[in-house]
Design a protein around this ligand. Sequence first.
Ligand code: GGG
Length: 364
Amino acid sequence: MARQTFQIAAIPADGVGKEVVSAGRRVLDRLAEQSGDRFAFEWTEFPWGCDYYERTGRMMAEDGLETLEPFDAIYFGAVGWENVPDHVSLWGLRLAITQGFDQWANVRPVTFLPGVTSPLRKADDTELDWVVIRENSEGEYAGLGGRNLSSRGPGNEVALQTALFTDKGCERIMRFAFDMARKRTVKKVSSVTKSNAQQYGMVLWDEVFDRVARDYPDVETESVLVDAMSAKFVLHPEQLSVVVASNLNADILSDLGSALAGSLGLASSANLNPERRFPSMFEPVHGTAPDIAGQGICNPIGAIASAALMLDHLGLADEARMVDAAIEITTAGGVLPRDLGGTATTDEVTDAIIAALSRALLDA
Ligand code: GGG
């Protein structure tokens, strides 16, 4: 079989993003080395982020999107540092890519790992497994609004932040969620809404959900207010399978989900352009963790699990499952970083995952 070489753009960006991207690259390179020359990864690393901003006044090169477009995928670390206002760094890099490449579906699995204690007592003996589907192109992140509309003077400033909900935007993310539910053991989609208070955008969201649901009679549905859904994550997580929510609601709920699974450091994500007109981007959900950055102690599991999502997207589904299994073997064996109550460094966790993967590859 001809060797397939995947062109991957790596953007570690800021803080622990640099450490976890390097860990994920090591795992993928080992996989390629042991693939019997079936596939390889060619990495191009971009130095974009807050340091780059300090030097150039931009978070990424002016032609950044054109440069990234030919790549097969983008592997991203984390963005944000104290030298740049958060809204400038987020919009200048992560959102510039997700919105510029219409990566409208953000898949954020909530993964409960063996050997990791969940704050949910039920999780110890109940099978829990759900995925948050985040609408990633509009909603509360549409970037619509303004400040200081009539120069009202000190202390009287006003700001508008408008959420955008389109019929097409809602429909495509809901169909994505239903299609995913059909592939899962529990065929259920929970829609997260707040239409009792947000009578325009969220009522449209609900109407589109009801309309799309009619095309999937085999999938169970429910529509739950975001406040009630937060309670459900804690009290009845066993009732969840696919949770579809708007940009902001899903961002908040996916953090809650991964915290319940043990730590935000476990959370992986895929920012997908499902039509494949543009490259998709894979990143841990966590941020740059300035308190521990540079110390070699951050948790690389979210980034490595994101690399597994990237493998799946590139058509290497078996290899993706092997990486997930290697993560499970590692945590079950008690090799845990500090956020999970262990003492292992970033390198030690990564080494253990690579060792488990290598053993599995030799056995295969
Ligand atoms: N790796 C994820 C990351 O860098 N996140 C930065 C952040 O602040 N994200 C907020 C958001 O996506 O809503």
